[in-house]
Design a binder for this molecule. Structure first.
Ligand code: FES
Length: 159
């Protein structure tokens, strides 16, 4: 399935898209997301609700990263579209993060000019796909994590 051709709640986007006016909640909120108040990555949160299909396993092969957008279904941002980053470290696991940079709120992309990392092109911050930790550039905080699962051939995000 091509996420660019899918209607409504999901589609892939290019990592250079700017998330205007986005703010980062810095406290765990119990809605399937968690945020690190500093650069200490948090554990992946537990899934809550039915989840939103954001990709297929074919689109997110083992060892790859993908940027997607989806409509939030819970919390204060319910109904709003937001960007998310996915990393599939093995066949059965997918890790998910906000695409909002912890530096000044630009959109973080799934690909980096060097190495295997998430990358914010606004000021050159790099984030580890394994835990969202900021590892280079001006960003000092880890990316907020979200629960994600692989179910059959679908990648689900709990947002
Ligand atoms: S907003 Fe991402 S590095 Fe500055």
């Amino acid at each position: 399935m091509n996420p660019l051709s899918s209607p409504g709640t999901r589609r892939a986007f290019v990592g250079t898209t700017v998330a205007a006016g986005a703010t980062l909640a810095l406290a765990a909120c119990g809605d399937g997301s968690s945020a690190a108040p500093n650069n200490v990555p948090s554990a992946p949160p537990e899934p809550v609700g039915a989840g939103t299909v954001v990709a297929t396993t074919a689109e997110l092969a083992v060892g790859t990263r993908l940027a997607v957008s989806a409509v939030r279904t819970r919390g204060e941002e319910a109904g709003q579209e937001a960007g998310f980053l996915l990393f599939r470290p093995n066949r059965h696991t997918v890790l998910a993060y906000t695409a909002i940079c912890t530096h000044q709120g630009c959109a973080v992309g799934a690909k980096a000019p060097e190495g295997e990392a998430f990358y914010c092109s606004c000021h050159g911050s790099y984030f580890q796909p394994e835990d969202g930790k900021a590892v280079a550039g001006p960003a000092r905080g880890a990316l907020e994590r979200f629960a994600a699962q692989i179910k059959g051939e679908q990648v689900l995000l709990f947002i």
